[in-house]
Design a protein. Structure first.
Lengths: 498, 688
């Protein structure tokens, strides 16, 4: 195939690229700390993200991950699942970097901003590869700590700072729970490596300790994915953070949480032994079902009553975490490729449509349009292109054809029904119907309502427009182009042995 | 490359359609340019259709496989398990015969309309002729349709045109209401037809009447399935076996037939449809609307022949309708009302014939009836012109001397209708009854249907000649009748043509003569309908009825005696009916004898309260049910929906309150949530 053989550690190239870009940005920033050369830093970050995306896509096409590559004493594993998610993270990061070029125009700490984004992306990219609970914790922290700083990066903005602090406090609590859970599981099984954890579970009698540890680990993931009851930080953080950061957190960070949860739960706590087998100890699938139903219901119901668009999107992203949780909640221990793959595919499509929606908020904030639904009244007459893109994102989020969100959500529900969990699909469908209500409120405001005041739209920020256009095109193209995505998603699910 | 007459076949329907467009567009934008309000284009178009139909008829008889079949695909299914939808032309003996009937009657109706509409100074003539053109075009397309879906579309278009034309005088009170009734009642039947069409498509994957290179005809598939031949697979629904499911499909399609052909219980629209102009009535009754139903059954007879229960049902409904309608015709005052009930009754005979396995007999009756019924309506139209649009027969009398052409033509039609030898109606009705009789000897149900049909012969003879005597004989009873309005050539010409046809058409199929005298080869219609492709031929159908419906012909004594008996009884009854009418009404001053019927008269005058029954069905049953459904919808469904949304919004606002903004609350709730989970799972898993 290839004319030359790359060394095995090069399998981590996407994560390494992010890390390297972060270091380059630090170098640039230390040479010229007060630089306002946005083009240089944003360009470097964008190039780095694109390179990471390029590596991930290349590996996927080349089939690098088909035979899992195990590195550093089994602590890391690179397979099609980790590459699939690397594509998601790198795409979202690229969009965020491009859009931030305009959004962060008037702010200081340009170099720090992009460096933090790159570091968080590094952590996220390592998360799906984590094959050891230690790596799980370290990579999760690596992605979380820069996120706290990113939320609070608008130092003069009280909302931003408050949100950052709250995010950090809830995150610290959650990390404590996670690491405590890891220690309990280690105590029971005597290993941190996921395959050994799995074999250790088989021989243990300490079900109580194991169960508490497992639920605490799930709690740690619930924090990262903004699932109930660990979701409290999300609305505040998403609302207070700069909109590109909200996009980054609600799309990439959430997907990273799911990626690591998929691997840890299916590899470390195999359903056959832990849930359905003869020595079944902890029904974590049931826990996932409870979390899924609670998360999507709470997210959607709360979103329906919001007054500001950004906060509505924040809750809707909680709702989408609930949908993605179906991927874990409808597992049966055999033939789970479909539902798990559907969940991954949904996270990919969601990465584009949700990022796009938040970037539209970024654009609105850039224009100082206002925050409530009423402020968006008649916006389409001023900015038709951006409003078309936003409409695409919202309808795709609601799961309407002909957008990518329709197919991924459809397959998710179909997978749940196929696995026998029709009620999960029913709850999901009811929630989707409700979500259409609040998404259409925005569409109605933009296109149908008369403007209440004058818009002061002077500029057409190229960066945000480009990111919006790219996200919209991807959201639309992911419907006809769903075939390959589906192939890789089911391949990634198969890599987990589902 | 098919022969030229086949290449021209689409023009058979296209010509009247063009005349429709001319009447519509020129009539709307340049009415002065339109000769005779659109009649001339219509006459030319239908004459062209007639010539092309005859040409196609000749070409079919000369072609190698006895038919012409060509189609285009207008919806191509994508992928497996989908189906294509087609438009196509099927010219075979049956359809070319029907094309000639339709275009001939349409031509004569157009000519007659010159006298009935133009000479009477009616307004809105372009609209009238546009309607006639579209009506003719739709019916012709329906006749040469090659699949059930296409047939259904033109079936509907025929229904639409009947609505337009029955309600032609829309400023008066009666016609719009009658038009609506005709539309709604036939639509009720067509609803079942539509379900049947979808069912056929879903079951067989095709609705073709005849197979082609890459597709089987659906009756043929059904035949193979029921015979257990080959590897033909069909999809049945609702857990039915193929036999039962096909019967369901057959009955569904029959719904459309019962509505259009005005069979009991959906016959009620037809008498009211007399509100339309009389030439339209002639067209509706003889060749288009009403004929469409029976023609459809004949068209897919290969399907019905497989289904004994459905055949028995058709026969019974037909026999019952024949008798039922004939009894109502006995007491009517208006000449067109009598004819209306006679139409219902005669189509009942055709259904009886089809149900009894007499495919040729029913087609034969369709042919003869088309001519004599068109004749009677046009004759009635002529009388109505003469009577200054008074239709009450009690105001007529003695018109015989004043309008001899009309009288003799009308008499010819009446003799045919009553079934008096040697007029056409005798031969066809006799054959229908003969088929029902011989097959009924082995099936009590068919025998019952036959008995009703036979009894109806007496009533037919009676009401027909009651009408003739009241109208033309005796002394004129009003001033109008003493001095009737004259009629022109454009009225007399169609009457003369049809009068001759009504008298002689029966000669094309003198089966009893052939059987009794042994003269071979005078059953031309039998030979003709047998000449087409094998699967559409008469002998194939009789094989099917024999093999699948187990129809066998019985005899009384010898075969000749059976023929004689059947013909003799029906002729005797017809003569008896006519004689009774002669006794009662062929007097200078006829009086009403209906009072002697006592309470039966009231029932008959009210048409067995069928209208009242249907109104009660609509107002007493459907309306309350609809109201209850509405209540349910408004109260329960909408209530649930509204309730769900208010509960959602309320719940949402509660959830919003949980998000207090105080981070210690979050930490508390988060920890509580985790502990609740831990405790619940701990209790479930027995950790403690």
């Amino acid at each position: 195939m290839a004319a030359f053989e790359l060394p095995p550690w090069m399998a981590l190239a996407p994560a390494l690229t992010f890390a390297l870009t972060a270091l380059v940005l630090f170098v640039v920033d230390s040479i010229d700390p007060d630089s306002e050369n946005r083009t240089l830093v944003a360009g470097t970050a964008t190039l780095g993200s694109l390179a990471a995306a390029g590596f991930a896509v290349w590996y996927l096409f080349a089939g690098t991950g088909e035979e899992p590559i195990v590195l550093f004493g089994d602590a890391l594993v690179v397979d099609s699942m980790s590459l699939f998610f690397a594509v998601v993270f790198a795409s979202v990061t690229t969009l965020v970097c491009v859009a931030s070029y305009d959004y962060m125009a008037d702010h200081h700490y340009q170099g720090e901003f992009y460096a933090l984004v790159m570091l968080a992306a590094t952590g996220m990219t390592i998360m799906p590869s984590a094959n050891s609970l230690a790596i799980v914790f370290v990579s999760l922290e690596l992605s979380s700590l820069p996120s706290y700083a990113l939320v609070a990066i608008l130092k003069k903005n009280r909302g931003s700072v408050e949100a950052g602090l709250k995010y950090f406090l809830v995150g610290a609590l959650s990390s404590a729970i996670l690491v405590y859970g890891i220690s309990l599981v280690y105590g029971v099984t005597g290993s941190l490596l996921l395959p050994e954890v799995a074999s250790g579970i088989a021989g243990t009698e300490l079900n109580g300790v194991l169960g508490v540890g497992m639920l605490m680990i799930i709690g740690g993931f619930a924090f990262k994915t903004a699932s109930v009851p660990f979701h409290f930080w999300a609305p505040e953080a998403y609302e207070g953070a700069p909109a590109p950061v909200s996009a980054f957190l609600s799309s990439a960070s959430k997907a990273a949480g799911f990626a690591v949860a998929f691997r840890v739960l299916t590899v470390g706590f195999p359903i056959q032994e832990v849930v359905v087998g003869a020595t079944a100890s902890v029904d974590w699938v049931l826990a996932a079902q409870i979390l899924a139903v609670a998360t999507m219901t709470l997210g959607n119901f709360a979103a329906a009553t919001q007054d500001t668009v950004k906060r509505m999107l924040a809750y809707s992203s909680i709702g989408h975490a609930g949908y993605a949780l179906i991927g874990l909640a409808a597992l049966t221990g055999g033939n789970d490729q479909m539902v798990l793959g559907a969940s991954m595919a949904h996270l990919l499509v969601y990465g584009f449509m949700n990022t796009g929606a938040f970037l539209f908020i970024a654009l609105a904030e850039h224009w100082s349009v206002g925050r409530t639904f009423e402020d968006y009244n008649g916006l389409a007459s001023q900015a038709p292109f951006a409003c078309v893109a936003m409409t695409v994102f919202l309808f795709s989020l609601a799961g309407l054809p002909p957008f990518g969100g329709f197919l991924s959500k459809y397959l998710l529900f179909a997978g749940a029904i196929g696995a026998g969990f029709w009620w999960l699909a029913a709850v999901g469908a009811i929630n989707s119907a409700l979500s259409l209500y609040y998404y259409s409120r925005v569409v109605k405001a933009m296109w149908i309502e008369e403007p209440t005041g004058d818009f002061d739209i002077e500029s057409r920020p190229v960066g945000i427009y480009a990111a919006l256009a790219a996200a919209a095109i991807m959201t639309v193209l992911l419907l006809p182009g769903f075939g390959p995505v589906w192939e890789y998603a089911t391949g990634a699910a198969a890599a987990l042995g589902a | 490359m098919a022969a030229l007459p086949f290449e021209l076949a689409p023009a058979i329907a296209a010509l009247p359609f063009v005349s429709f467009l001319i009447a519509l567009l020129v009539g709307a934008f340049a009415p002065r340019l339109l000769p005779k309000g659109g009649a001339i284009p219509g006459i030319l178009a239908t004459a062209g259709s007639l010539l092309l139909s005859i040409w196609a008829f000749v070409a079919v008889s000369g072609s190698a496989d006895g038919m012409y079949h060509e189609y285009i695909t207008w919806v191509a299914g994508a992928g497996e398990a989908t189906l294509d939808l087609h438009f196509g032309i099927l010219l075979d003996p049956l359809s070319t015969m029907m094309l000639i009937i339709v275009s001939l009657v349409a031509l004569l109706v157009h000519v007659f309309s010159l006298g009935y509409m133009n000479d009477e100074g009616e307004t809105g003539l372009p609209r009238y002729y546009a309607g006639l053109g579209l009506f003719t075009a739709s019916m012709l397309s329906f006749v040469f349709a090659n699949n059930l879906l296409m047939a259904f579309m033109f079936f509907e278009l025929v229904g639409l045109c009947s609505w337009l034309l029955i309600g032609f005088w829309f400023r008066e009170e009666g016609p719009p209401s009658a038009a609506k009734k005709a539309f709604l009642v036939t639509r009720f039947g067509d609803y079942f037809f539509l379900v049947g069409v979808v069912g056929v498509l879903a079951t067989f994957g095709t609705s073709m009447f005849v197979g082609s290179e890459n597709m089987e005809a659906f009756p043929h598939i059904a035949e193979q399935v029921l015979a257990g031949e080959g590897a033909v697979e069909v999809t049945t629904f609702l857990g039915f076996e193929p036999q039962a499911w096909f019967a369901v499909l057959g009955l569904l399609i029959l719904g459309g037939v019962v509505g259009k052909s005005a069979q009991f219980p959906l016959h009620t629209w037809l008498p009211d449809a007399m509100e339309g102009p009389t030439p339209v009535s002639a067209l509706i009754h003889a060749a288009t609307m009403v004929a469409a139903g029976v023609y459809l059954v004949a068209r897919i007879y290969g399907f019905y022949a497989l289904l004994p229960q459905v055949l028995a049902f058709i026969a019974f409904v037909g026999g019952f309708t024949a008798l039922f309608a004939a009894t109502m015709g006995v007491v009517k005052k208006e000449i067109k009302q009598v004819l209306a009930y006679s139409t219902i009754s005669q189509y009942g005979y055709m259904m009886l014939g089809l149900g009894a396995g007499g495919y040729v007999a029913a087609s034969f009756h369709l042919l003869t009836h088309a001519f004599f019924k068109a004749l009677l309506f046009l004759g009635a139209g002529s009388v109505i012109i003469a009577m200054h649009h008074n239709e009450n027969m009690w105001d007529m009398g003695g018109l015989k001397e004043k309008m001899p052409v009309t009288y003799y033509a009308f008499l010819s039609g009446s003799l045919a209708l009553a079934g008096i030898v040697p007029f056409s109606g005798f031969w066809s009705k006799d054959e229908v009854l003969y088929e029902a009789f011989v097959h009924g000897l082995n099936s009590p149900l068919l025998l019952g249907a036959y008995a009703m049909g036979l009894l109806a012969v007496f009533f037919t003879g009676f009401y027909t000649f009651r009408m003739v005597f009241l109208t033309f004989h005796g002394e004129p009873r009003t001033d109008t009748a003493r001095d009737p309005h004259g009629v022109g050539w454009n009225v007399k010409f169609p009457l003369a043509v049809l009068g001759i046809l009504a008298a002689v058409t029966g000669l094309v199929n003198m089966v009893p003569v052939q059987k009794l005298l042994g003269v071979e080869g005078i059953d031309f219609l039998h030979q003709w309908l047998d000449a087409g492709p094998e699967v559409l031929s008469a002998h194939h159908y009789s094989t099917l009825t024999h093999d699948f419906a187990h129809y066998t012909a019985g005899t009384i004594g010898s075969a000749d005696l059976t023929v004689l008996l059947s013909a003799g009884v029906s002729l005797g009854l017809a003569l008896a009916g006519a004689g009774a009418a002669w006794l009662l009404y062929d007097v200078p001053e006829p009086v009403r004898h209906t009072d002697r019927l006592g309470r039966i008269k009231t029932v008959l005058f009210n048409n067995y309260y069928q209208d009242e029954f249907q109104v009660w069905l609509a107002q007493g049953v459907t309306l309350p049910v609809a109201k209850a459904a509405d209540k349910f919808d408004q109260g329960v469904i909408d209530g649930v929906v509204n309730g769900a949304s208010s509960v959602s919004l309320f719940g949402g606002s509660r959830i919003k309150r949980v998000q207090t903004g105080v981070v210690s609350n979050y930490a508390f709730l988060l920890t509580t949530g985790l502990i609740v989970l831990l405790v619940a799972f701990g209790i479930m898993g027995g950790w403690f």
